[in-house]
Each structure stands twice: as C-alpha cells, then as structure tokens.
Design a protein around this ligand. Structure first.
Ligand code: ATP
Length: 268
C-alpha cells in the first residue's frame, strides 16, 4: 500500500489573468511550460533546453502557489501539491520513501506539475542543517535522484517554493535540476492595483477608488489584498442587512466598506 494514498491529484483552473502583476515572471514561466510539458519532443529534436524544475522564492503570500497552478492549467496537466514539513511529519523515518512515491505518483499522473512548498525543509544544505532538522542526507539525495530522472519526455515538472533559498542544498540548483530560479517580490503599487482588480472584477463596486487603495497598501502582499477585498464584501453585506433593505440587487460595495475593512486589517 502506498504511503502517499493521501496525496491528492488535482486539475487546477487558474489562468494567467487571475494573477495580478508579475508580468515578466508569468512570461518566463509560460515558455517553460511549453518546453517541459507541451512540446517536449520539439525541444528534444532541436536540443533546446527547457528547465526541468523551477524554484520560486521570496516572501509568503505573493502568488507562488497560484503561479504553479497556472502552469498546470495552461499545460492541461495534473497538479500535486505537497508541503515540506507536512511530508516529513506524516512519514517520519520514511521521508526518503515518501519522496520516491511522490514522484511515482507524479509520473502516473503525467503530464503533472509537482509543487513543493517550503522546499528548504525537505532539502536543506546537507551536513549543515540535517542534524537538527531530522532530514537525513539520504532524503536530499533521493530528491536529487528524482530530479535527475525527470527527462522532458516524462512530462513531470517540479516547482519548488521557499522563503529561504540560502537554506537549500546548493546541489538542487545546479543545471538540469531547478535550473530556472525566479524571485517573487512583494507587489509594487501597479501590481497591487492589478491584484485588487483581479479580486474585485466580479464584485459590484460603487464609488471605490482602487488606484488610491493600491497606493495606500505599501508592504501588503497579494494574500492581504485578497483578504481586504473579501472583508469589504462582508462588510457590505453586514451593512445592508442592518439597513433593512430587501432588494439584494441594489447592494454594492462602497468606499466606506473598503475603509472599514482596511482599518480592520491594518490593525493586525
Ligand atoms: P506561501 O508562500 O505563504 O504559500 P504563496 O506565495 O504560495 O504563499 P499563494 O498561495 O499563491 O501565495 O497566494 C495566496 C492567495 O493570495 C491566493 O490564493 C490569492 O487569493 C492571493 N494572491 C497572492 N498573490 C496574488 C497575485 N499576484 N494575484 C492575485 N491574487 C494573489
């Protein structure tokens, strides 16, 4: 029986347009999808090299998981998401086996994108961290072996995410492994506007100035902006119910609702 029965194979539906900002990153990733998942035989024929694996690094809540799902969506590939610490805690003492089975599962589900969040916990620099993290050098070795086995033809793409790229075993970043590395930054004002537009495009906004809101949310990540948008919608519902109005089609999200949500989140 597989130790990884619990691992779910998804078919995600995230389009590139669902991700605000990150234009250069999105374009680069689209090319990789073509190489690794859509047209591997053309790349093989011309010996064009597509990345076998991708590392997305940077602060949390900036869209790394979304990007991995968009890759899978574009390639009409399956998607398996695991989290480093979770994988380790579920299969204590058998982490090496867990890594092996993860890739067996991915090959069975190919074309498949394997997303490993907090990759640094699964593949810390050998010798340096392995003593106290409980990750044996063999786990890291197994991961490297699996990566080396991912020829384009197997249609499996590993996407790793981390906030601490310096903690990763450097062997992981060598050519032919996670050879495309992209930094995912906190969004600037333009990107914050794009993210706010994504999260409000289907919402009835009345007098809301998203440009001003983007300008006043310096330091917020995409997850914060998604939360803010939803919080404002909740506030609108609360206000509407308190008003005693009956016709839901008249309900809109106002600048005041946004202000209430902003105060709430800015405090946290
Ligand atoms: P973590 O490292 O904490 O796992 P992450 O970088 O993988 O974070 P995501 O899980 O992709 O972040 O983002 C969390 C949520 O925040 C998304 O589901 C989405 O609602 C929102 N979000 C983050 N970044 C963006 C973005 N660029 N465009 C639109 N929504 C975003």
């Amino acid at each position: 029986p597989s130790a990884l029965r619990a691992i779910e194979v998804e078919s995600p539906n995230v389009n590139w347009d669902d991700i605000g900002g990150l234009e250069r990153v999105k374009q680069k990733l689209q090319e990789s999808v073509e190489g690794a998942l859509l047209y591997p035989e053309l790349y093989q024929q011309t010996k064009a090299k597509a990345p076998q694996g991708i590392l997305l690094w940077g602060p949390p809540g900036t869209g790394k998981t979304l990007l991995a799902k968009a890759i899978a969506t574009q390639a009409r590939a399956n998607f398996i998401a695991v989290n480093g610490p979770e994988l380790l805690s579920k299969w204590v003492g058998a982490a090496e086996q867990a890594v092996r089975e993860l890739f067996i599962k991915a090959r069975q589900a190919s074309p498949c994108v394997v997303f490993v969040d907090e990759l640094d916990t699964l593949a810390p620099a050998r010798g340096k961290f392995s003593g106290d993290s409980g990750v044996s050098d063999r786990v890291v070795g197994q991961l490297l072996t699996e990566l080396d086995g991912l020829q384009s033809a197997t249609n499996v793409l590993l996407v790793g995410a981390t906030n601490r790229p310096d903690a990763l075993d450097p062997a992981l970043l060598r050519a032919g492994r996670l050879d495309l590395q992209m930094k995912i930054d906190l969004p600037d004002a333009d990107s914050r506007l794009a993210i706010l537009q994504v999260h409000n495009q289907d919402r009835p906004l009345s007098d809301v100035d998203l440009v001003a809101l983007a300008a006043s949310t310096d330091g917020w990540n995409g997850a914060d902006l998604a939360l803010l948008s939803n919080q404002a919608a909740l506030e609108a519902v609360r206000r509407f119910r308190a008003s005693g109005e009956a016709d839901p089609t008249t309900l809109q999200i106002t600048a005041d609702d946004i202000a209430v949500a902003y105060e709430l989140l800015a405090e946290q």
